[in-house]
Design a protein around this ligand. Sequence first.
Ligand SMILES: [Cu+2]
Length: 494
Amino acid sequence: MNRRDFVRLGCATVIAAGAGKLPLALAQPLSPRQVPSPPQRPMVALSEPHAAGGAANFTLQIAPMMIELAPQVVISTIGYSNKVPGPLLRVREGQRVTVDVVNNTDVPEYVHWHGLFVPSEVDGAEEEGTPPVPPHGRRSYQFVAKPAGSRWYHSHTMAMMDLHRGSYTGQFGFLMIDSANDPGLYDQEVFLALREWEYFLSTMDQDEMPPDPNDPMPEKLATPDPRPNGLEVSAPLYSINDKMLGAGDPLRVQSGQRILMHLLNASASQIHRVALPGHKFQVIALDGSPVPLPQLVSVIEIAPGERVDAIVEMNQPGVWILGELRDAARTSGMGIVVEYANQKQQRAIWLPPPNARWDYTIFGKTAPHPAPDETIDMVFEKVPGGPHGINHWLVNGKEYPHEREFVFRQGGRYRLVFHNRTDDSHPLHMHRHLFELVELNGKPTAGIKKDTVIVPAFGRATVDLVADQPGLTLFHCHIQQHMDFGFMALFSYA
Ligand SMILES: [Cu+2]
């Protein structure tokens, strides 16, 4: 069965028509204005529900919902407050935040505040001891908003074989923590979440970008694993926010504008690469932290859990497709039309970008790192086609849980070395902390602070972290199936 058949199959199973047009959440640009115009931070329309006074109070309602991805393509999922992405939660750094979560489903839920420094009991991870939002019950999450930058929130339940739970659902949204120091050098701000829908199990590998033969692959096995690969998660439908390419309103821009794009990969399973023909992205922040050296790139690669903030100068009037590089993903929905003023009549154009590899280290500086107090090696391996025919994952030879093998001493400086001895790339996420990238496949770097890092197939990444957030801390691959089947570790403080 080829991909076109998958798409047909996917479309055939959805509930067609009759559902009416659902409100467009985030795709429209804010306040288009004449250029040139003084830079200004647009704060309208997206901040519902509002942050008011000294504290910010929000309510999120977890409930089943429908999404009209395109005319005749309506899917059923679970979302926050009947929106996908959920409501934009926008707060100031240091602000006290209360989020009342009402769970209108039959199962316990956890809302994880991804990239925030919050205590374990608030973080939204069962493994850290956060209490659940009970089925048909409610729970209030209270925290101080820090650090500043592009954060997000999402379900952190285990899904296992149920592809209608956890991050397979529409339970995700943007959480912006505004810094008092943001120069605001842009004319429009847009929020773009990359997603797939209607996940299913398959042996087909959807990541069609083969490893670069020039990659050093320092962790490559001496003899390849002969066992056949197990089932992985695939999807037939793709979208940006809640719309497939061409189905939603275009991003309306004007020549000369600077557009700040907040990209989020809210996928449960896939790394994505996006481009906008004729334009370059000036990457200014990774996972919400400003990078030492903002750089212009033609392609952004972004893994599940990651965020990229980039400014695009609108200097090629026309109608373009901002989309996934893989034709299959783009034509199945992962794209959005970018339309300059007075260019409506034209057809949206896609052109493959120049061949370029994503490399975090170009955004870093060269600087020595203070010597760590301790180095912790973490080796990741795959057990192909284990129980249920699913791939299982080992951290230092064991599936989760481990026996207090990963212990921080408060105030200690740790160097974590991630050895990826598998043929897949994995986005590795550390809860409640930021780490600094030290080395990727032998290339040194400094100053890049992240909470999620892609370790390429048979690759190695080294990160430094100061243990300054006491409490249980979950570490895992952000691909839901990998996390569910062993790819997780719990750090504790001594
Ligand atoms: Cu993984």
